[in-house]
Design a protein around this ligand. Structure first.
Ligand SMILES: [Ca+2]
Length: 142
């Protein structure tokens, strides 16, 4: 029994010499749509404001998902299950609706950001914090 286990490990190790061990090392999800978790912290200056989010697929320039949430205790959280396609790049456009009119306007009226997602190989967890590095053109997604 012990011998059998050892030889199996040997087979797996030899197989992986050919190319396992890059970032997606938990593997087992080839081609699956992947989940995007998008979290913000440090947004206390925007407490009570609505945060609007659009996930944009870069190769097609289309919006894959959109949502909104109220910023509470300086934080927000979004979960988009099975949204991301393998080897596709996305970006997340998001803004705090500072003047509370339901529309995205360039800073300083609203605060507008963009987070980049390189070609996807696994579930993605984005953590963003409040920053003055605004991206006014992200308003185009809303
Ligand atoms: Ca606005």
């Amino acid at each position: 029994m012990t011998t059998r286990v050892v030889s199996l490990v040997g087979v797996v190790a030899a197989f992986c010499l050919g190319g396992c061990g890059d970032d997606g090392s938990d593997g087992g999800q080839p081609g699956a749509p992947f989940t995007l978790l998008f979290d913000g912290t440090g947004f206390a200056a925007h407490d009570g404001q609505t945060l609007w989010v659009a996930v944009v697929r870069e190769d097609l320039d289309t919006i894959s998902a959109a949502d909104s949430s109220t910023i509470l205790a300086g934080a927000f959280h979004f979960s988009f299950a099975d949204l991301l396609q393998e080897q596709v790049a996305y970006h997340v456009d998001y803004y705090a609706d500072v003047d509370d009119n339901g529309r995205c306007e360039p800073p300083p009226t609203d605060h507008v950001w963009r987070a980049l997602i390189p070609p996807v190989t696994n579930d993605v967890s984005l953590g963003e914090s409040d920053s003055p590095a605004y991206v006014p053109q992200a308003c185009a997604s809303f």
